[in-house]
Design a protein around this ligand. Structure first.
Ligand SMILES: NC(=O)c1ccc[n+]([C@@H]2O[C@H](COP(=O)([O-])OP(=O)(O)OC[C@H]3O[C@@H](n4cnc5c(N)ncnc54)[C@H](OP(=O)(O)O)[C@@H]3O)[C@@H](O)[C@H]2O)c1
Length: 363
């Protein structure tokens, strides 16, 4: 019998849920033992529920293929079947997701979520493990407030900002204040789930609108860069961010063109490259299984990073940056890229769980 931690997946049949199943196939610590989705899929074998929409090659992993899909709306279905769940749910309202995720936590089942519903709850950490692992400590206050002994909710941020927030944070950590940040993203269609954007809207086209995405890009970094005080996260007051988010006909990989203005102290381009190349965080220190060895990879080719060539860098968990140059309006500009359904979704969620286990929250 396996001594891995049994895990469940809410929204297991969707784009992100399928990616969890694919990425957890040979995970050294976790094993998928329970899957749940909408009442439409409930009662079917997993392989039947995803027939004609399985996105990861010819075979569904053996241990999952024959699992029965449960209705995710009833947390009692998960009792005794898993020690924690990854949430990749898409429901009609954020209130409904918040309530449902809380109902799992109340049954002693921690929830590591990809949904945006809990991102603004001030005692729920929104983690990028290389940036704000200390935010985990608010879980203690969250448990106390609800009277939960083992259950809790932790979330990850929006997928597109992972393409540039780690490089921006690395510069801040090195002592350079970032005053203003302009970003224009080119986001892959897989970011819209499955089946996602209609093909006639996407082929030979760019859609300069993704609902709610610009607000998330402008506000979520302030929580990620915030500080813990009194068991809650207090948002940072800057940088001031302006975002343009576009959907482009790329399958996977979100690209971001970024301009930054520093405070009085301004790093040279050579210093920036050195800071990025040498940057390491807690996941690297702890040797977490999903941690990229080098979180920020600097490309020197004039036309990189590109989704096709760079999205899979270091298990698709690294951020690739390139085209670092001076900016005549701001101080510097660069292009960042990361894999949206791995680093930006399931892979990021798995590394959050690894960090939480390493810190004793998933015993
Ligand atoms: N795609 C990305 O790159 C990305 C990145 C970061 C975060 N996210 C977030 O991750 C979550 C999942 O996204 P996705 O792209 O995987 O969406 P998706 O492909 O549309 O999948 C949605 C999942 O939710 C289930 N579901 C739908 N209605 C339900 C209901 N009434 N009750 C219970 N389950 C229900 C679906 O089950 P059925 O198959 O049975 O309908 C499916 O398993 C979303 O909150 C999204 O914002 C996505």
């Amino acid at each position: 019998m396996s001594n891995k931690i049994p895990v469940g997946i809410l929204g297991a049949t969707g784009a992100v849920g399928q990616n969890y199943i694919f990425l957890l196939k040979d995970h050294p610590w976790f094993e998928v033992t329970w899957v749940a989705a909408s009442p439409r899929s409930a009662g079917k074998k997993y392989s039947e529920a995803v027939a004609n929409r399985w996105l990861h090659g010819p075979d569904i992993p053996e241990g999952v293929r024959d699992l029965l899909v449960y209705d995710a709306n009833n947390a009692l279905n998960a009792e005794g079947k898993c020690r924690f769940v990854f949430s990749a749910l898409e429901l009609d309202s954020k209130d409904a997701i918040r309530e449902l995720e809380n109902s799992y936590a109340a049954l002693h089942i921690p929830v590591i979520s990809n949904a945006s519903a809990h991102r603004w709850t001030d005692n729920v950490p929104m983690l990028i493990p290389e940036i704000n692992p200390d935010h985990i400590s608010v879980i203690d206050e969250q448990k106390k407030m609800h009277g939960w002994d083992r259950g809790f909710v932790a979330v990850k941020p929006n997928c597109s900002l992972q393409s540039y927030m780690t490089p921006v944070y690395a510069l801040m950590k090195a002592g350079y204040d970032v005053k203003r940040l302009f970003v224009a993203t080119m986001q892959a269609v897989s970011g819209a789930g499955y089946p996602g954007v209609p093909s006639l809207d996407m082929i030979d086209n760019v859609v300069p609108y993704i609902g709610g995405e610009e607000e998330k890009s402008e506000q979520e970094p302030l929580k990620i860069l915030g500080t813990v005080s009194g068991g809650k996260i207090v948002n940072a007051s800057g940088p001031l961010i302006t975002a343009h988010c576009n959907r482009v006909p790329v399958t996977n990989g979100h690209t971001a063109c970024v301009s930054l203005e520093f405070g009085e102290k301004k790093p040279s381009l050579e210093e920036i490259e050195k800071i990025w190349t040498e940057f390491r965080g807690l996941p690297q220190e702890l040797g977490l299984p999903f941690a990229p060895k080098q979180p920020i990879i600097v490309r020197h080719e004039v036309n990189r990073p590109q989704p096709q060539r760079d999205r899979d860098a270091d298990k698709a968990m690294a951020v690739s940056v390139g085209r670092l140059r001076a900016d005549p309006v701001f101080d510097i500009r660069f292009v960042g890229l990361s894999h949206n359904t791995v680093r930006g979704a399931a892979g990021g969620g798995i590394m959050n769980a690894e960090l939480l286990k390493a810190k004793g929250y998933l015993v």
